[in-house]
Write a protein that binds this ligand. Structure first.
Ligand SMILES: [Zn+2]
Length: 222
């Protein structure tokens, strides 16, 4: 698209820039949401982390870890060919020693805590609350089958629960300039450059993954 820059009054030009920027924001979000490869990629990353947790054994005793996975039915994506014939599980393990039996649920890039939607949908749709107009957000929600109340809960979660979490109180220090808390999680997406590439979305989800479990300490390295 050519922009006749000289011909536009500066106010008109800045308005046009803003509109283009918003269109771009919407595009990157929808590109990620439509990307058929993301769920498979995330599944592989989760499987690798889970194997690392399993191999490490119990964090509380010398026990071995046995699989005690959870079945999940994450929402927010049309059912895809690769998952049509298979169940979706979240990896989890239990210690095999009597008297311990502690559960170990590995950090995940797919599931954000107990939320029923795919984690990347929770990140991207909540980010879009700050990036696009209400009618476009409405269309995006409808397309993914996410209720407005659900998006409002996510917003509350980002702006209150997340910013007050022990994870964020440590992790926030690594950002310079500081993250704008009022526009979370869009500000995090921007800091990670999620607009540019799929691997940056993965990096953001990996960064967030410690908050997806209570049974693995925050300092556990991936
Ligand atoms: Zn144990």
């Amino acid at each position: 698209m050519r922009i006749p820059r000289e011909g536009l009054p500066s106010r008109g030009f800045s308005l046009l820039c803003k509109l283009l920027k918003n269109a771009k924001r919407e595009n990157w979000c929808q590109c990620h949401l439509a990307d058929q490869q993301i769920p498979q990629l995330l599944e592989k990353v989760d499987a690798d982390v889970a194997e690392k947790v399993r191999q490490g054994g119990c964090l509380h005793c010398a026990g071995k870890l046995h699989s005690a996975k959870y079945r999940r039915k994450p929402r927010g994506q049309p059912k895809q060919d690769w998952e049509r014939d298979q169940e979706v599980y979240r990896a989890s393990f239990c210690c095999d020693q009597d008297g311990c039996r502690k559960r170990h649920t590995p950090p995940s890039v797919r599931f954000l805590g107990r939320k029923v939607y795919w984690g990347f949908v929770v990140v991207l749709v909540a980010a879009m609350q700050h990036g696009i107009t209400p009618p476009r957000l409405h269309a995006l929600r409808e397309g993914l089958g996410v209720a407005r109340r659900t998006v409002e809960h996510w917003r509350e979660w980002w702006l209150h629960t997340f910013v007050q979490s022990p994870f964020w109180s440590v992790a926030r220090a690594r950002f310079s300039p500081p993250i704008d808390l009022k526009t979370l999680p869009l500000s995090l997406c921007e800091a990670f450059g999620v607009e540019e590439r799929r691997d940056r979305l993965l990096a953001l989800l990996q960064f967030l993954s410690p908050i997806t479990t209570d049974s693995i300490p925050l300092g556990w390295s991936m």
